[in-house]
Design a protein around this ligand. Sequence first.
Ligand code: NAP
Length: 270
Amino acid sequence: MENKVVVITGGSSGAGEALAYKFSKEGFNIVIGGTNTERLKKVKSKIESIGTKCKFLVHDISNQKDVKKMVDLTIKSFGRLDVLICNAGISYRSVFEHINLDVFEKLFKINFFGSIYSVKYSIPYLIKSKGSIIAISSLNGFIATPTRSAYVSSKHAMQGFFDSIRLELKNKGVHVMVASPGYFESNFRKNTLKSDGNKEGSSSRDEKGMMSTEVLADKIFMGYKSKNRDLIFTFRGKLAHLIKNWFPKLADRLSYNEILNERESLLKDY
Ligand SMILES: NC(=O)c1ccc[n+]([C@@H]2O[C@H](COP(=O)([O-])OP(=O)(O)OC[C@H]3O[C@@H](n4cnc5c(N)ncnc54)[C@H](OP(=O)(O)O)[C@@H]3O)[C@@H](O)[C@H]2O)c1
């Protein structure tokens, strides 16, 4: 039987990399995108050692033409597309008063428009395969945190977009799942942008004890197989969802204190 094909944006690192290995172990051929050629090559060779095929594309997910190239490469190489995972994302830590609007816009183009373009170019093939779209959102898709307004609004926008297209695609047989992880171990916080647009370079949190990307990828794969609508991973995450919906003022207080207590919190002097 022909192998199924998954496209993973941001497949060079963190969650995207772990998802690439997981789907490969489950027999999928893989297409990954990212900006770091060396890391993409490394992931490709590990996938090939697992035993399935991998194509990669060095591109900018915030560029429409680059995203079309990713889907074109997929169809040219494998002739089908079964699962699209919109995973590429960055964060930006700044109080809004000090925000650089160009950086805010850059983040939105990567996190939100990167997902929109990926879905737009993939839709005909996903309808044909009656496939799945998996959005890697965040607890910030429904819970606000201070000093992360760009990130939070991009993930809220993703939530609204994927909830809308789920309704449209229902009768076409395409499954849409929004995965909303809490903190997990990756380079994400090191890559988070500062007010001036440079990377933080170190994590604002203690990464020990966070969920590993391997566990995360296993759970996402299970959610995909069960055709889940949403995926909130931990008891803490589920509790946060409940508190946000039923006790929003308490959610505000908890969220404020969480950020106030992180390393070099920007709230301390604000
Ligand atoms: N880590 C967490 O605690 C956490 C929690 C909740 C949600 N999430 C979400 O999980 C997703 C994956 O993050 P991660 O933690 O795995 O972070 P990560 O290790 O920093 O990976 C981010 C991925 O996005 C790619 N990317 C960034 N900018 C890009 C661009 N302009 N064009 C193409 N690819 C680009 C990166 O590729 P290059 O490195 O090759 O540029 C990398 O593969 C994100 O959407 C994030 O919002 C993370």
